[in-house]
Design a binder for this molecule. Sequence first.
Ligand SMILES: [Zn+2]
Length: 289
Amino acid sequence: MTRRRQALILAAVAAAGIGLGGLGWLARDGSVQLAGASGRRSLLDLLEEARQPSGPRPQATEPPPPPPHPNWTSPLRGSCRPLDSPRRQQLLALASRLRTAPERIAIDPSNYGQRHSRDAYGNPLDPTPRLVVLHETVFSMESAINTFRTPHPRDEDQVSYHAVIGLDGRVVKLVDPSRRAYGAGNSAFRGEWAVTNPAVRGSVNNFALHVSLETPADGEHTGPVHSGYSAAQYDGLAALLAVWMERFPIPADQITTHRAVDLWGDRADPRSFDWDALLVRLESLGVFC
Ligand SMILES: [Zn+2]
């Protein structure tokens, strides 16, 4: 790829970005989409092409594997028991509302990013969400949302979840599942992580969905337990999980905790989580059928 060709591509991209009427439009994520006979290509695709050397591609380096880490044994071993009950009807209605009219709050773009289709060494990554990581907020949901709405220029301060669930059962969507929320730091699940920045070690964020439960008032400390989550929170969580599991290839045994994926060894959330309370609701929703 010559500098001249690269300049031509960039000029074409710029022209398309300005010519909103016939040639293209600016997508929501900032990439320019070009409509043509051969399909649509994003600005990132074109820049990627412009960056390719004209000779053979250099050999990609393998990313470092995650360190040995305890495997995950799922407590969610459910059966197909979608009994027609008021509880099932209530959960189905909740899931339907989450699909059609979810509550959304926009957070600061510094606190989330794009899912990567290549790692830091050029190897292909599958960015499809296929893991759910459960968290708790420790402090109120409101304070968590305020943190996510605050710009954080430093990488180490950037944090977000895809959704939070209040003690009253309110489910608030914060980051679209197609984007990467910064819910976990150095982390791995069943021997898999994605290294997207060689300066930091791997993380599950590239293929995870993160959801956090508001911690009850008696849990605003670093102790190991608190009084637990409300029935309304388990209802909201089960409904949200059912929606995600319908949309993405997420089996129940890939619903895990921050504690289980964390490699720093200092995360214990969600504390006092009742797996049976979640299991009975997921069975009602028919996710094991
Ligand atoms: Zn967490």
